[in-house]
Design a binder for this molecule. Sequence first.
Ligand code: NAI
Length: 693
Amino acid sequence: MTIRYERDGDIAVLVADNPPLNTLGEQTRKGLSKGITRAIGEGAKAVVIYGDGRSWFAGADIREFGRPPVTPYLPDVCNQIEACPVPVIAAMHGTVLGGGLEIALACHYRVAVETAKMGMPEVNLGVIPGAGGTQRLPRLAGFAPAIEMITGGRSISASKALKLGIIDRIAEGNPKEIGLDYAASLLRDDQGPRPVSAMNTPQQVDFAAAKAKVKQTARGQLSPLVALDAIEASSRLSFAEGLAVERRLFHSSEETGQCKGMIHAFFAERQVSNLPELRGIMSREVSEIGVIGGGTMGAGIATAALLAGLRVTLIEITRDATEAAKARIGGNLSGALKRGKISEAQYDRIFAESLTLSTEYGDLSDTDLIIEAVFEDMAVKKQVFAQIEAIAKPSAILASNTSFLDINEIAASTGRARNVIGLHFFSPAHVMRLLEVIVGDETAPDVVATGFALGKRLNKIAVRSGVCDGFIGNRILSRYSTAADHMVLDGASPYQIDRVVEGFGLPMGPFAMADLAGLDIGQATRKRLAPTRDPRDRVPTYADTLCEKGHRGQKTGRGYYAYDGRARTENADVLPLIDAERERLGIKARTFDDDEILRRYMAAMVNEAARVVGEGIARRPLDVDVVLLMGYGFPRYHGGPLKWADMQGLSGILSDIQEFAKDDSYFWQPAPLLEQLVAQGRTFDDLNKEQSV
Ligand code: NAI
């Protein structure tokens, strides 16, 4: 049974026993419903509900989403609990999320332990609370906090919940004890049921202003706005009418593709580090890491490691450079302090005890894992690896944070190729959650396992990638950026392209992104690839001119855009340079409509992603999806590029590629895997399922 029925004198106790998270699947809902009926039938004076194991009900069973609903429905179970003629007490610990919080709101009294966390994260899965949450929460907490919790999807602490009136008390002890204690005190005081649905609706707020705010932060995501509509309904309708509106809106949100995309993202993120090749492989012990180079990335990586409780020794070239690195790390840690991630005492301890800065490679002789984050230059990297090899202990893992360079070549330059791996962090490394673990031809399995273990320790989402230019993410990025460059050569403006891409839901279009990374980075990549470039490859040169004029992007205040703080306007120098290049190449500019821009951009992304999977660089389509979601701001509600492609229909994307190939058959070569899937009538998700472990 997923709900056990017990008695403690006059009090009936319903114990959730559906480990590990007590999710509210069919059997649990049935158990709750039966338990309440039995408690009433037996004449219990009160009912206490609590969860066994780690948590109260942590939410709905997401595997049931999108399937035909099965009775008893959660809203009905909630209503049944609320209608119970004797007081029902929720005694909570662990994570009280989504449907779990809705059950609690249907109870008449709520007590929780101090460490409990509560929230309504439904919008993060593309749906809205559907079991009375949008109607009951405002009645308890007021509109503004309810709007924030439901449309933002973030959890709050028990003490905040107490302050907001969502729970009645915080108590110490196990959930059963605190529930029974509370029930006994209510019975002593002769307190009866206290249904939230009968409470008055709170003071009105300006829903139009709230909508404008939610729209801005949701960036194309529909569920927060739908949730707001449901909350707004509670401000003007009876409870029963409001519930009916919530129900209707819940179903409409469930039917959108956004829900499918977000649920895919949710599972993909959990699946991504689950690799058959790592089963049973022990990772190596890592308690101290070395970082070489204390620039943007090295300082960020060091910060991430320090925040995770690791000791860090950072090597720079000169004393001044170590001081600069220290200042960068200090800045990063102050940010963490400001956001409440660490206390002042922790901040001081990290600086005093966990961080060593040095110019001597010899200080790394005891280090378990050394990450190089020096300039992106093969000769420099090889030289650094030779220096590391000379001092590192034999079991040390030697890692590179390179963005594009060949890990096999770096490994081969050492006598320890089995211990060499790529650990590709994203900037800012102490904030961004993606980590690409680059596995070379010779990398030992336990070194790979250690890369994943380190990722987990640093609270990152680690994705396995094989070796190729740019690995999974930057390789695909290069491809769709090139598609954008070609459109510019042929007549589109960079600003139109950025607007279309940002309208699709990405935080930045390719040209704004180039400005952020620095136009000199793009220039260096073009130079590096020039010797091996196919003559049919179309490469614009206006960006090099821009660079040479000192317009290198955000860091110089000008690139494609001119920057005034964070505000950007078009840089007037750009379009004339593009016109001049078109003239030189004899290209007559044509107009692109927004739809074509998006189709070309996404077709380039999907096609390259299909190659990356087809070549085995990424193990599964979902690995690519997670990289683009976590590292490149791909909107979760589109699920990742390959989930998006599945939802669009792969044959349409393939025919787009074939049509674009009429003008440029070199760039637009369909990926064999894409052709194969279309021929077989299969999807990328079918591949995910075949390869899931
Ligand atoms: P950066 O230029 O900010 O920092 C490089 C640092 O390495 C400098 O402080 C320099 O003094 C130091 N350095 C150079 N040679 C050294 C040596 N022999 N020993 C010790 N220190 C040395 O560069 P950034 O942006 O931090 O990039 C570092 C690496 O990370 C590059 O391989 C880059 O491709 C990669 N990367 C960069 C990302 C970014 O967004 N900036 C993202 C992911 C990877």
